[in-house]
Design a protein. Structure first.
Length: 250
């Protein structure tokens, strides 16, 4: 390490060495925060890969900072904290600590990917078909994606209107699924669909081929209301009650 420039005050250099990190692009996510409470946190960030190292570094003005739950303190020199923790699954994490008193503090977190982290996305799902089976249902089917590790899920994306491209997610399915019945559609409407696969590291595939379907018109009338009853309440009020109708849609 080489530093250039003129120092106006003393400073410390903290150096920590880790093995089994991705040597090409080790950094995944970062977060940082400042505060004065005794509970110290960098704020959360969501990792994209399993088996990452969560690294935290905290400086406080006039008090020490102890490591947070699950973290190992690598250095507490001059009251400043260098800590780390290995996590096996993806998720939202924060570098945590506890200040020994009330003081201004700064906490920064960086997560490092493990060597041989899975950065290869699944192949795009293929052969997507969409079939409207009624006024309020479209059935989808597709050919499964493949992945170097394993497909863990599929996202069903939909937009309404002929030729639409503003897809939004309507369902999240397990990785062993290759069919889905969409029952949240309206009659006499055209819908476009696409499917995106994902793996355990959160790598998304390219979208499948688009498929469209137009739901059928609702031509079935509701049943007639029944059991109509009339009750005279006063010389100016009559109350009516009946059994509700039913309908194939609503």
């Amino acid at each position: 390490m080489t530093l250039t420039g003129n120092a106006t005050s003393s400073f410390q250099i903290y150096q920590v060495e880790y093995a089994n990190a991705d040597v090409n692009a080790p950094l995944d996510v970062v977060s940082a925060a400042i505060g004065t409470a005794s509970s110290v946190s960098s704020g959360t960030a969501t990792t994209k890969f399993p088996n990452e190292l969560v690294f935290g570094f905290s400086i406080a003005d006039s008090v020490g900072v102890n490591p947070g739950p699950g973290f190992t303190a690598e250095s507490t020199f001059r009251g400043n904290l260098v800590e780390d923790m290995t996590v096996s699954t993806t998720g939202s994490y924060a570098a945590l600590g506890t200040a020994t008193g009330i003081s201004n503090w700064f906490m920064q977190m960086a997560t490092l990917k493990a060597a041989n982290a899975d950065t290869i996305p699944p192949t795009a799902p293929s052969s997507l078909t969409a079939l409207a089976t009624g006024p309020t249902q479209v059935n989808l089917s597709w050919t499964a994606s493949t992945d170097n590790v394993g497909v863990t899920g599929y996202f069903v994306q939909r937009c309404s209107g002929s030729g639409c491209t503003n897809f939004s997610q309507v369902a999240s399915l397990p990785g062993n699924t290759t069919a889905y019945n969409d029952t949240s559609v309206a009659p006499s409407t055209t819908y476009n669909y696409q499917i995106v696969a994902t793996d355990a590291s959160g790598n998304p595939s390219l979208p499948s081929n688009p498929a469209s379907a137009t739901t059928l018109a609702d031509t079935q009338a509701p049943t007639a209301p029944s059991n109509l009853a009339v009750a005279v309440v006063s010389n100016t009020q009559i109350n009516l009650t009946w059994t509700a109708s039913t309908d194939n849609v609503e």
